[in-house]
Design a protein around this ligand. Structure first.
Ligand SMILES: [Zn+2]
Length: 80
């Protein structure tokens, strides 16, 4: 588990101020930059050509919630 958290920390980039959230329909200021692939696999909608996704506070929370759920499923799968 510790390893996963470390890896996650590495993928969270710092971003410049004034960058907007990549989620379609959201214009809030982004606080985190994450691999677009990860964001898509979490079920969040971003532009198809994006390689990096910029998430605002709210969408980052949503992303975290969804990835947490995924991890729980993975854990459950491993133990079963
Ligand atoms: Zn947003």
């Amino acid at each position: 588990m510790r390893y996963i958290l470390f890896q996650e920390a590495l993928t969270l980039g710092r971003i410049d101020k004034g960058v907007k959230c990549s989620i379609s329909g959201c214009s809030s200021e982004a606080v985190r930059s994450i691999s677009a692939e990860k964001v898509r696999s979490a079920g969040l909608k971003i532009g198809s050509s994006e390689k990096r996704a910029y998430l605002c506070k709210q969408h980052y929370k949503e992303y975290k919630k969804k990835t947490k759920k995924d991890k729980q499923i993975e854990k459950w799968r491993y133990s079963g």
